[in-house]
Ligand binder design. Structure first.
Ligand SMILES: *[C@@H]1O[C@H](CO)[C@@H](O)[C@H](O)[C@H]1NC(C)=O
Ligand SMILES: *[C@@H]1O[C@H](CO)[C@@H](O)[C@H](O)[C@H]1NC(C)=O
Ligand SMILES: *[C@@H]1O[C@H](CO)[C@@H](O)[C@H](O)[C@H]1NC(C)=O
Ligand SMILES: *[C@@H]1O[C@H](CO)[C@@H](O)[C@H](O)[C@H]1NC(C)=O
Length: 593
């Protein structure tokens, strides 16, 4: 047992524990100088409870494995971290041996609030550098974190991630008078240094994300408020801007994804640490993205990851919110059918998703905070870039969707046969002579199937009544076939020339979409989505109209006979497969029971 582990297990308040880990974290960082900081919350999972500290090392190792070859990156993390690190390293060392954070004269959080993005409902503070372990340390005690505006105005923090904190707005009466002044975080008696001004950046026009692309000397910027028409045509006069005056060319564009050339190498140092943004006909977009030299991504060599060198044949990307209850079944099922790696983009979950993920560690699941509103396409694009270095194929499905490759499953699973999902993809790729770019699969919506409460045995064996006609498709996409702009249309991707899309016949594969859950579960989703339902109702008539739920108003009141709605055809095919497949059982129970 290392000293850290010992101290952690042996002591102490969680803050002490937290600080020891923090110290270890700095050591790691120093060793791996020039590394990116990760946004993920998962690093020191063990630390939120004293008694769990002992598991630190093994989890840590598991995490490293998971990260191997993975390039985590995000806007806030791309700042010129080294400088900040070296400044803070010294002070953090001093902090370690103090007894309690309130006793130390410096900031316990060791990070700078660099930008504040105002949404309608909340304001998002972005930290630099992101602080690994912060979410775990503070999630349960978020009330200790206060958002501090000018004139002593304080509000509650409502969400904490390693690189960001979401705060309530000040009350209307105060709002005007604090607008334009610094906003920051307060913990205990410590106040974080901040350069962020409240009300300066809104969620209307913003460059909010970046993915360095490894197969080229390009980056992909994620922009809010760029496209009003959903066209892929490059707007006139669109350029990329590094710092104040280095402009580069847009090399691909789609919706709100802008692919930019990097500046010429000899001038990159001039824009190091400066913002990266876009210019549209001489209008400069606000941006929270910084350019950073010396990270793997902006460095001199580029790594081309050949399809054949990627460790995973099939990965899954999903945008999730509070799906903890359903995760186990969904991951175990898809894993057993051939999904080897899961990327969950988490839109502010506040259930116990991390504990569930902890129990699913061996399934290679990672969680990535994604707080940006109405950016489903962008989250898929972002995930596609991330998956591209590891995965040959990527399925884009939701937590309530289960791919059922009917034509390729066997109830008697032997070790030697390939996983059914791999067989499905390979078969369609063979038919298309190796040029399959994506496989679309029909999506059937299931109703509550007579249930008011979902039994422990889970969705697949209990939801057995569905609508007769499929709605939409979902796709499994070949990462290397995705268009250079990484253009997602939610249900499919734009492809490079030369690749084709195929649609699986229903005999081969379908998706069971458990869209209308038993009321006990549906109502939870509903409360959160009510606003969305209502705004979508009048506007966006043709956009996602299937998302509207017939017969529902704005209240989470159980509609008459909900349990029997959306039921036209009994379909027990997936239930039969699951019930008869010994792989899904352990000691007479389903794995996820
Ligand atoms: C935010 O507020 C503005 C104006 O009040 C409104 O037009 C917009 O739809 C709101 N956005 C969301 C995501 O609710
Ligand atoms: C998880 O990833 C490793 C490689 O990093 C792989 O060997 C293993 O099979 C994966 N696990 C599952 C359940 O697919
Ligand atoms: C995340 O959830 C909120 C509702 O709280 C919703 O308005 C927003 O659009 C979601 N974000 C994405 C990317 O879907
Ligand atoms: C599988 O199980 C179901 C009961 O769930 C049963 O009716 C069916 O005949 C079984 N066999 C096969 C091959 O599906």
């Amino acid at each position: 047992m290392t000293r850290w582990e010992h101290d952690c297990a042996g002591c102490c308040g969680r803050w002490r524990c937290f600080f020891q880990k923090v110290y270890m974290h700095w050591v790691l960082l120093v060793v791996a100088l020039g590394l990116l900081l990760f946004w993920d919350a998962s690093f020191y999972q063990g630390c939120s409870e004293d008694s769990r500290c002992g598991g630190l090392i093994s989890r840590h190792v598991a995490n490293d494995l998971l990260r191997d070859g993975e390039h985590e990156h995000n806007l806030a993390s791309l700042q010129n971290v080294q400088e900040v690190l070296s400044q803070q390293r010294e002070s953090s060392k001093k902090a370690i041996y103090k007894d309690s954070p309130s006793a130390i004269g410096i900031n316990p959080l060791l990070s700078v609030i660099q930008a504040a993005v105002a949404f309608n409902e909340s304001v998002l503070l972005l930290m630099n550098p992101p602080f690994t372990g912060l979410r775990n340390a503070l999630q349960e005690e978020i009330h200790q974190l206060r958002c501090l505006f000018a004139k002593g105005v304080q509000t509650d923090a409502v969400m904490v991630e390693d690189g960001m904190v979401q705060c309530k707005h000040p009350q209307n009466a105060m709002r005007k008078s604090v607008t334009g002044s610094v906003v920051t975080l307060k913990f205990d008696s410590s106040i974080l240094p901040a350069t962020a001004l409240y009300g300066k950046i809104g969620w209307k026009k913003l460059v909010y994300g970046v993915s360095p692309l490894e197969d080229d000397r390009d980056i992909l910027l994620f922009v809010k408020g760029l496209s009003h028409s959903k066209r892929s045509l490059l707007p006139d006069g669109l350029e990329c801007l590094y710092g104040d005056n280095v402009r580069t060319q847009v090399t691909a564009f789609c919706q709100e994804n802008v692919r930019c050339k990097l500046p010429a190498r000899r001038i990159q140092h001039e824009v190091n640490g400066k913002s990266v943004t876009i210019v549209l006909r001489d209008k400069i977009f606000p941006s929270v993205v910084r350019f950073s030299l010396g990270t793997t991504h902006f460095d001199t060599h580029t790594v081309v990851v050949e399809e054949t060198q990627r460790p995973f044949f099939l990965c899954v990307c999903s945008l999730v919110w509070n799906g903890a209850k359903f995760l186990k079944e969904w991951i175990m099922y898809h894993s057993s059918l051939g999904a080897q790696r899961f990327f969950l983009y988490d839109n502010n979950s506040d259930d116990d998703i991390e504990n569930v993920l902890e129990s699913l560690r061996s399934y290679n699941v990672s969680r990535h905070p994604w707080p940006w509103l109405k950016t489903q396409e962008a989250s898929f694009s972002h995930c596609a870039v991330r998956a591209s270095s590891q995965c040959k194929w990527v399925a884009f499905i939701d937590l309530d969707e289960f791919i059922f490759p009917k034509g390729f499953v066997h109830t008697k699973v032997s070790e030697v046969i390939e996983p059914p999902l791999h067989c499905l993809i390979k078969e369609y790729d063979r038919v298309d002579k190796g040029k399959l770019g994506q496989l679309k699969i029909s999506n059937f919506n299931f109703g509550p199937s007579g249930l008011r409460i979902l039994p422990k045995s889970g969705q697949m064996v209990n939801y057995i009544c569905r609508m007769s006609v499929p709605k939409r498709v979902k796709s499994i996409v070949r990462a290397s076939a995705i268009h250079p702009s990484y253009c997602s249309r939610v249900h499919y991707f734009e492809l490079k020339a030369g690749y084709v899309a195929a649609q699986a016949v229903r005999r081969d594969a379908v998706i069971h979409h458990f869209k209308y859950h038993a009321w006990e579960d549906f109502k939870l989703k509903f409360v959160r989505r009510a606003a969305t339902f209502v705004t979508d109702w009048g506007q966006n008539k043709d956009l996602d109209s299937f998302d509207r739920t017939p017969g529902l108003g704005t209240q989470a009141v159980e509609p008459l006979d909900w349990a029997h709605q959306f039921c036209e055809i009994e379909d027990t095919s997936l239930r039969d497969y699951v019930m008869n497949t010994s792989n899904f059982y352990l000691a007479g129970k389903l794995l996820w029971e």
